[in-house]
Write a protein that binds this ligand. Structure first.
Ligand code: SAH
Length: 462
């Protein structure tokens, strides 16, 4: 970095420019944005310069620069577009100890003028040390498009609130407050007019003060089966307040979008049989963030208490003396049985229902197959795709009816939900044919309700 960027305070400082043509105009348009004391030397000034002089924006002297003219100058611009004249005036300026910029002559200049994105008081200076002016212009255009004009007023109003924001502890709490202001509360308030911004800052500060007083905490939140409308109000509130969200593989993007924009989102996804983040690493992540004072949401699909390895994470919190709570969610069995238009329990059919996992940490999971093989039994089998043949074999061995209805619901509650209607006899083959690749729940002992009411139901959810 040969040229070091700094922002110079030009308030009431003398700045002098020599030249009256296009190069001079380009520099003057920028300099007129400052409160410097601007003097222009030009024997034949462009009309714009004349009118700026008339309106008192600058002092115009209608002759070339001479020795002694620049004794006070902070900055001097040689903008005559004439190398020998520029060299002459630059020498006078240097003798007077001014910093010199010779337009289009990087080599002989003390400083260069960057490309500027002006959202005063927010200013971005872009420099390429003269190597790529086209790139600098492209970057400027890109940044200008990205920075709304509201940035300037928001920064000005925010500045007048700085003393009050000191009530928040320095560091993360204060940073979060300002991030919230600039990305969310500020722009929202500004749409109602500048007068709405101060009250919004007060409200925001109250919110952050109560948050900052809280120690770290972990909420184990059930995110439901995927449809964001199936989140509970409590889950939404927890997401809204979370500093850190640590989520499962099955959590949909629509749900993650509901977290605050400033929240840190961490994917701790575990593939059923594939590569995984170890449970110890997940525990360490949760405890680490909460230990630093963060409000952590541990977001699990469905209900956090169903096949979610919740207890290991709770134990880790307890060991680290971190407070926690559980926010229940809608488990896949509830969403799936709703997709069938059925009940999980029914008088005269089944007075109990089992939630089984198709596989556990040791492989295919063993269960009380004899009990499940009796007529009328209903079971929701989680993670049951790969174990379909194993489950079928065990049930048939214990005398289950080959004609027992079985439904497999893929992506329950999501737009791409699919239902496979089959029987115990043909479950593995039909499941293989269906080629389900999303999360799927097997409902043993349940068929979709009569076709007519089901199509009615699908129309409603479509
Ligand atoms: N805690 C979750 C279950 C986690 S185990 C819950 O309560 O739902 C992961 C298994 O849940 C998947 O293999 C699948 O069997 C089931 N599952 C999760 N989301 C599902 C969905 N949208 N549709 C069907 N099954 C789903």
């Amino acid at each position: 970095m040969q040229h070091f960027p700094i922002f110079l305070n030009l308030n009431k400082r003398p700045v002098v420019l020599s030249g009256g043509g296009d190069a001079a105009l380009a520099k003057l348009r920028l300099l007129l944005k400052t409160n410097s004391k601007l003097t222009v030397f030009a024997a034949t000034p462009a009309p714009e310069i004349e009118s700026w002089a008339q309106s008192g924006k600058l002092t115009l002297i209608r002759r070339p620069v001479m020795a002694g003219d620049l004794s006070n100058a902070t900055l001097f611009y040689a903008a005559d577009e004439n190398p020998s004249e520029d060299a002459r005036t630059a020498k006078i300026a240097r003798d007077a100890r001014a910093l010199v910029n010779i337009v289009d002559n990087l080599q002989d200049s003390d400083f260069i003028t960057p490309a500027i994105v002006d959202r005063a008081p927010v200013t971005i200076a872009i420099g390429t040390e003269g190597t790529a002016p086209v790139l600098a212009r492209a970057l400027k255009a890109e940044l200008e498009a990205r920075l709304p004009a509201s940035v300037g007023p928001l920064a000005r109003i925010g500045n007048s609130f700085r003393a009050l924001a000191m009530k928040l502890p320095a560091g993360r709490a204060r940073r979060d407050f300002w991030a919230d202001y600039f990305s969310d509360a500020g722009p929202k308030a500004l749409t109602k007019g500048k007068a709405a911004v101060k009250p919004a800052l007060n409200t925001l500060l109250d919110r952050h003060l109560s948050r900052a007083a809280r120690p770290g905490h972990v909420a184990f939140v059930g995110a439901g089966p995927g449809d964001p409308d199936l989140l509970t109000m409590k889950a939404r509130r927890a997401l809204d307040e979370a500093d850190v969200v640590i989520h499962d593989r099955l959590i949909t993007a629509e749900i993650l979008d509901l977290a605050r924009r400033e929240a840190t989102i961490i994917d701790a996804g575990k593939e059923g049989f594939g590569p995984s983040v170890s449970q110890d690493d997940i525990n360490a992540l949760i405890v680490g963030h909460a230990g630093n004072g963060a409000q952590v949401v541990r977001l699990k699909s469905g209900d956090a208490t169903v096949f979610g390895r919740l207890d290991e994470e709770i134990d880790a919190c307890d060991d680290a003396q971190i407070s926690w709570n559980i926010v229940p969610g809608i488990t896949a069995a509830s969403a799936s049985v709703a997709a069938l238009g059925q009940s999980l329990t029914k008088r005269g059919r089944n007075s109990s229902v089992r939630f089984l996992t198709g596989h556990d940490m040791r492989g295919f999971a063993d269960h009380d197959w004899a009990a499940l093989s009796r007529p009328g039994e209903v079971a929701a089998i989680y993670m049951g795709k790969k174990s379909a043949r194993f489950v079928q074999g065990r049930l048939l061995m214990h005398g289950a009816d080959r004609a027992t209805p079985v439904s497999v619901i893929e992506n329950a509650s999501r737009p791409d939900q699919r239902i496979l209607e089959t029987t115990l006899a043909t479950l593995p083959a039909d499941l293989a044919d269906a080629g389900f690749d999303g999360p799927a729940l097997t409902l043993f002992g349940l068929a979709p309700r009569a076709a007519q009411s089901l199509s009615h139901l699908q129309m409603e959810t479509a």
